[in-house]
Design a protein around this ligand. Sequence first.
Ligand code: 4NP
Length: 154
Amino acid sequence: MRILFVCLGNICRSPTAEGVLRQKMREAGLAERVEVASAGTGGWHKGEAPDVRSQQAAKRRGYDLSAQRAQQVSTADFNRYDLILAMDKSNLRDLKALQPAGAKAELDLFLRRYESVKDECPDPYYEGEAGFEEVLNLVERACDLLIIEVKGRL
Ligand code: 4NP
């Protein structure tokens, strides 16, 4: 099974979700069976490591994002991945506009799918440290529920 997280820049929210889910998949013994990746709808940060603030906040909770590099979502991704999860509603709108007819990937809003307290993951880019902590709080909880879904699907 292949899962892709998508945000705007691929340097804050979706790399955090990728790092958290990959670590949790490893802990659940599912790392070999599930591929996890992330991308941005925009390409401004292509090739860059995640925002230092995201890396530091993640590291404090035991997630290493340092090897990740930003990439832009492509039309091929809609047939490569089984599940594409948008971090906010504008990401989901942009993905729907890009989605080729008949593509296999299921598209959804990440936090809504996993019944979070918020439907959207707020962009922390212009926020302080608390914004990055909130992203982690939302992402960690939703990933726990995503893992339960994945276990049922495998
Ligand atoms: P992300 O945050 O979508 O969570 O990676 C952003 C990072 C950079 C920009 C926007 C959002 N930017 O405009 O450069």
